[in-house]
Design a protein. Structure first.
Length: 361
């Protein structure tokens, strides 16, 4: 007799995603990608939880029958799936991430800051006003492409702008890899407009500058106004940051959504693939230059300068590509250098300790 094993499967899945959630974990985004990382032993001994909030000093974890605050851990971020040891009140280990958004920490530090993980779609939010900036949108796009996350550009505040079509056209020209949606987050049916990406089992995130309407969109998806938003409309570029924590919300019958605080500055690090993907057409053109090390300035046989003069490519876009690639290379190199220094310092300390221990004997 052929046994039917389907009842032992974690859930009925289509492409690894539940069609209908039958447990809280599935509602939180649990799927076969994480399931296959678990041993029987792990399943038996630990609770499966997702990090749903990251604050300065603490994290919040949620799972079946678990809703708890624990101490902040710098190596974890919102969206992570972890195994939690309830008796010792301690995170045992984190599961491999499906995707990770990360940037160079703002300010003088050179290290990486984790933004959010295990995301399927990143909504890159900008408003139809002076926040709109192709160079900045390209940064966010490269960030999402690096993490292999679907990017969608969301143009908000269409009600406040007269030439919405110009913004739409500009946004569509940025990359064929990004979908573009324009909306009024107060009046439009946010859930319907974003329904293609906000299906059950999916994790989506809103990222962008402060004041562009990320939290307002979360409220639009939820159908209420529980998430705090800027009470008075301020100048976006100077807008005070209303959202201060990274937080995951469950949308009834749909996806989970991560709201993030506005980013003042987005510096990419370890994102060369994302940049290459975004500017793939320029990379391929550069391969046709006569000289391998062509700087695309005055060299003869330069395919890039030819394409610029024939109007095939925009000079500004080429300049933005160079700038972003240069900055990313610098950030990644300084991060690698710092890591090497940290490693060398660690080794030196270990050797010194060993020598000290020996001389004491
Ligand atoms: N008119 C109009 N106002 C909007 C729209 N979307 C957001 N707003 C307003 O813009 C202001 C900023 O919105 P928030 O949702 O707080 O912005 P945020 O991106 O979450 O900002 P931070 O949390 O600081 O990163 C609020 O006053 C919103 O009511 C829109 O589509 N149209
Ligand atoms: Mg907010
Ligand atoms: Zn060239």
């Amino acid at each position: 007799m052929k046994r039917d094993y389907s009842q032992f499967l974690p859930f009925t899945a289509k492409n690894g995603m539940p069609e209908k959630a039958s447990s809280f974990l599935e509602i939180l985004g649990w799927n076969s990608f994480y399931e296959q990382q678990l041993s029987l032993d792990a399943r038996e001994h630990y609770a499966l939880v997702r990090i749903t909030e990251v604050h300065r000093s603490h994290l919040r974890i949620k799972g079946e029958g678990v809703d708890q605050l624990i101490a902040f851990q710098p190596d974890l971020c919102v969206g992570d799936w972890v195994l939690y040891d309830e008796s010792r009140q301690k995170i045992q280990y984190a599961l491999e991430r499906k995707s990770l958004l990360k940037r160079r920490r703002a300010g003088t530090g050179r290290d990486l800051q984790l933004i959010a993980s295990n995301i399927d779609t990143a909504f890159i939010v900008t408003s139809c006003n002076h926040d709109f900036n192709p160079a900045r949108l390209e940064r966010y796009l490269a960030l999402a492409l690096e993490a292999e996350i679907t990017p969608v550009i969301l143009l908000t505040k269409t009600d406040l702008c007269e030439d919405m079509q110009t913004y739409l056209d500009q946004a569509r020209r940025i990359s064929p890899l990004a979908f573009v949606v324009a909306l009024n987050a107060h009046e439009d049916d946010v859930r319907r407009l974003l329904s293609d990406w906000c299906k059950l089992g999916q994790t989506v995130a809103f990222i962008g500058s402060s004041g562009v309407g990320k939290s307002t969109l979360v409220n639009g998806l939820r159908g209420d106004s529980t998430v705090p938003t800027q009470s008075i409309r301020e100048d976006d570029s100077k807008g005070r940051h209303t959202t201060t924590a990274r937080q995951l919300y469950v949308i009834d019958g749909a996806c989970v959504v991560i709201d993030t605080p506005g980013m003042r500055e987005l510096q990419l690090s370890n994102a060369a693939d994302g940049i290459a993907h975004l500017f793939d057409d320029l990379e391929r053109l550069a391969d046709k230059c006569r000289f391998k090390d062509c700087t695309h300035q005055t060299e003869p046989g330069c395919a890039i300068t030819q394409a610029i003069s024939s109007g095939e490519i925009e000079e500004e876009r080429f300049m933005r590509w160079k700038k972003l690639a240069r900055e990313e290379a610098f950030n990644s190199a300084s991060l690698a250098e710092r890591r090497a220094k940290d490693k060398a310092f660690g080794k030196m300390v270990k050797t010194a300790m060993r020598t000290k221990a020996k001389t004491r004997r």
